[in-house]
Design a protein around this ligand. Structure first.
Ligand SMILES: [Zn+2]
Length: 466
C-alpha cells in the first residue's frame, strides 16, 4: 500500500510546519513541504501528525474489573483482583480488543500487555490475546505474566520462600511454557513480539528471573517486569535479599538496554544510577500509582540521570481506563509538585517524545519506531485540530498534552496500514464489541473478596497500621 499524506501539520524545532508524507508499504519514504502524489491521497489539512504512542504497560484482562475494586493498596487490591479474574479465554479475547481500541483512539499504536494468564490455559490465553490484537491491527508486545511464589509471599514478613512455592508451577515448568509461547507466537515481522516478564521480585524466585534472562538472550527478546511499585515491596526486598531490589536484579543480570520496568516508585539515588548504567527503561504509570496510593515515581530524577522513561496506562482496574492521553497528561504535570525548579518540569513536547521515542527505545526499537523520520516504520496518528476540545487555535501539542482532548484521533496507521479512519476503528466492528462486553457482564454492587479478608490483618500489622 502506498499513500501520500498531504498538508499535515508537524512539530519542528521552531514551532510547526506543513508537510507531505509519503508511505510505501510499511515505511515512511519521504517528508517534504511538497511531494509528487504517489498512491492514495489523504487530505491532512488542519490535522496534526505525530508518531504513534506506546501504551508501555497494561494488563488487558483487568478491563472486566474496572471501576469495581474499592480503594485498596496494591497488595490487597491484587488479592481482590485474582479472586475475580476472568477464567474464560473468550473474555480475554474481548478485553484485548477493548484495550486495543481504547489505546488507538487515545493516540497509541503499540501496546505492551503484561498478560495475566488463565491457569492451565496459558497458551490459549496468549493465542486469544494475539488474535485480538491482530484483528484490530495494533502493534502487540505480549508479555506473559508469570510468577512462582504464592500471593501472600508478596507481603513483607510473609512466610519464607520455600513454603510459598506453588504446587504444579515450578520455575522450570513455567519457563517451558514460555519457550513454547515464544516459538509459537514471536513474529516481529507480523507486529507481534513476546517479552519475558516475571511479575516482579515480590512473587518470583531468582531461578525464574535468571531463566527469563536466558530466554531473552537466546531469542533476542525484550524483558519486562514490575519494579518497586510500593513501600511494601521495598521492605520485602530488604527482607528477601538484604539489599534493594534494583541491586539484586542487577546482580542476577536482569537489567539491560532491552529491559523495561513498570512503576519504579520507591528507588534510591543509588538505584537510579544502576538503571542509568544498565540503560534500563522506566515505564511510568501515574494513574495506577495514584489509584493504589503507591506514591509518585521520581520521574524528574530519572530524566536528569539519563534514564529513558515511557508511559503506560497500567491495567484497567487500577486506572480505571485505557486513555493514554490522560496517562501522559497526569504523568507529566504530576511532578511539578515534587520539584520547585520549574526548569526540570516536563514540557508538552518532551511528553510527546517520551510517549513515542521513549516507548520505542524501551522495546529496543528506537531505530525503527517512535518518530516522524524517513526510513522508520509508518506508525502514525493524525489528530483533528478542528475538534472542539482542541479549539481555539493556540499550540496544538500544548492543547493535546495539557487539555482534555475528546475524540480527537482522526486516523491511525500501524505498519503502514490504516486502522482508524474518520475517528472510527475500521478493522473491527466496535458496536459488536460493545454489545458483547455488555452481554458478558453485569452490574456489580456488592461483592466480597475472601482473600482480602484473609490478608488484611497481616498487611495492616506489617505496614504499621493500627
Ligand atoms: Zn502492572
Amino acid at each position: 500500500m502506498t499513500f501520500t499524506l498531504q498538508q499535515a501539520l508537524i512539530p519542528v524545532d521552531q514551532g510547526y510546519t506543513t508537510v507531505d508524507v509519503r508511505v510505501v508499504g510499511d515505511t515512511i519514504t519521504a517528508i517534504s513541504p511538497s511531494l509528487e502524489v504517489v498512491g492514495t491521497v489523504v487530505n491532512c489539512e488542519n490535522k496534526l501528525l505525530l508518531p504513534g504512542f506506546f501504551n508501555a504497560h497494561t494488563h488487558s484482562p483487568e478491563m472486566w474489573q474496572r471501576g469495581v475494586i474499592p480503594p485498596l493498596p496494591l497488595e490487597l487490591w491484587l488479592a481482590e483482583l485474582y479472586d475475580f479474574a476472568p477464567l474464560e479465554v473468550e473474555k480475554v479475547y474481548l478485553s484485548a480488543l477493548g484495550t486495543a481500541v481504547e489505546t488507538l483512539l487515545s493516540g497509541g499504536t503499540s501496546v505492551v500487555d503484561h498478560l495475566v494468564l488463565i491457569p492451565g490455559q496459558e497458551i490459549e490465553t496468549i493465542a486469544a490475546t494475539i488474535q485480538a490484537y491482530q484483528a484490530v491491527g495494533i502493534r502487540a508486545f505480549v508479555a506473559p505474566l508469570i510468577w512462582d511464589q504464592s500471593l501472600i509471599s508478596g507481603i513483607p514478613s510473609g512466610e519464607n520462600q520455600a513454603e510459598n512455592s506453588i504446587p504444579g508451577r515450578s520455575a522450570q515448568e513455567i519457563l517451558q511454557m514460555l519457550e513454547e509461547a515464544i516459538n509459537k507466537f514471536h513474529k516481529p515481522e507480523a507486529g507481534v513480539y513476546i517479552l519475558t516478564a516475571p511479575t516482579g521480585i515480590q512473587l518470583c524466585s531468582d531461578e525464574l528471573f535468571v531463566g527469563c534472562g536466558e530466554l531473552s538472550d537466546r531469542y533476542n527478546l525484550c524483558r519486562h517486569s514490575h519494579l518497586l511499585e510500593t513501600k511494601a515491596q521495598q521492605l520485602l526486598a530488604q527482607e528477601k535479599y538484604g539489599c534493594s531490589a534494583v541491586e539484586h536484579l542487577n546482580r542476577i543480570g536482569y537489567l539491560s538496554s532491552r529491559t523495561s520496568l513498570a512503576h519504579c516508585v520507591h528507588l534510591t539515588d543509588d538505584d537510579i544510577k544502576i538503571l542509568a548504567e544498565t540503560q534500563s527503561t522506566v515505564v511510568h504509570n501515574p494513574l495506577s500509582n495514584l489509584r493504589l496510593g503507591s506514591g509518585i515515581a521520581p520521574i524528574l530524577k530519572y530524566r536528569q540521570a539519563g534514564v529513558n522513561v515511557s508511559f503506560g496506562c497500567d491495567g484497567a482496574s487500577s486506572n480505571d481506563s485505557q486513555d493514554l492521553l490522560e496517562a501522559i497528561k497526569i504523568g507529566s504535570i504530576l511532578h511539578n509538585v515534587t520539584d520547585l525548579d520549574y526548569q526540570h518540569w516536563i514540557t508538552p513536547r518532551q511528553a510527546v517524545e517520551m510517549a513515542s521515542l521513549g516507548g520505542a527505545k524501551g522495546l529496543n526499537l528506537g531505530e525503527q519506531l517512535g518518530s516522524l523520520t524517513v526510513g522508520k516504520k509508518a506508525d502514525l496518528v493524525l489528530y483533528d485540530l478542528t475538534n472542539l476540545s482542541l479549539l481555539p487555535r493556540t499550540d496544538p501539542i500544548g492543547l493535546l498534552m495539557l487539555g482534555r482532548p475528546t475524540q480527537v484521533v482522526d486516523s491511525v496507521w500501524v505498519d503502514g496500514k490504516r486502522v482508524v479512519e474518520n475517528g472510527r476503528v475500521s478493522t473491527i466492528n466496535v458496536d459488536d464489541l460493545k454489545q458483547e462486553l455488555f452481554a458478558k457482564s453485569e452490574w456489580v454492587t456488592n461483592r466480597k473478596s475472601k482473600t482480602v479478608s484473609e490478608f488484611e490483618a497481616h498487611y495492616r500489622s506489617v505496614m504499621g497500621l493500627s
